[in-house]
Design a protein. Sequence first.
Length: 307
Amino acid sequence: MNLYRWLRLRPKVSVCITPNPKMMTPKKFVDDTRVPNHPYQELREVLHIFVTDVQAELAGNLVGIYLVGSLALGDFDLDSDVDFLVVLNTELSAENASHLQAIQRKVYAIDCYPARHLEGSYISVGTLNDLDGVGEKKLYYFDNGSTTFEQSVHDNNWHVRWILREGGITLTGQEAHTLIPPVPVDELLSEMKISLVHNMQAFAMSINHPLNFWNSQFGQSFAVLTHCRMMHTLHTGAIHSKKAGVEWARNSVDPQWIKLITQAWQDREGVRFGVKIGQRADAKLLDETLEFMQHVMTGTTHLMDPP
């Protein structure tokens, strides 16, 4: 998430729409019962508008629209993004991409939290199943809160594929678990190992610089929680939510880190207001977080070797 985009979004999150009873049909989505009414009642209407407009734009090129992220993992809360993946038969045309930006702007204009925190990518079924090209090909991607697409590999990775297949919520189209074969465990674990190293290096290089993502209050807690999740995956071979990762870590790591992990989870609360991304974390806390990340690397050395 771009620091300045979060600051731009900050004033907007408190205004919400009232769901239109005329649009509240008994069943809107394929996996209807998995789309929650809580904590944002308007989420279902926002998704209904999004799905209807994307369906109309892509027509026969659409394979399906899916929810991934915390919604798919079952721990969506007040501070979660609304992560989506749209799967296509063939690659997007430039005209389609332009129209999809207009749809993103239309949804964003609804002016409530779920509408302003859509994040996701458009991927062809061919690219989705090109297992040799994971992490290579850039997709049409909308960052959290953005109405302008960018080319990014953000969702072209193993863990998004794992979530899609094992827990993806099908809003419309072909059922998520039928789209791709099971994700190879060794590929998923390799991705986690690489991410552990890259995140720790990025954090270490950033904490003593002027305000940036990693040394913000948001970034510091994100670093701790993300390392808990990746440790959890390295030990289980599956992707879990932040909440599940925190609960697992509290029962698994050296007791000296429990306070840091608990504080990081508490500090995550309220990040939706966009304040913590603009405030620098305490220097001592940043140093302790780096020590924790280094501890995680040391403690998972036996899991870092090739299978």
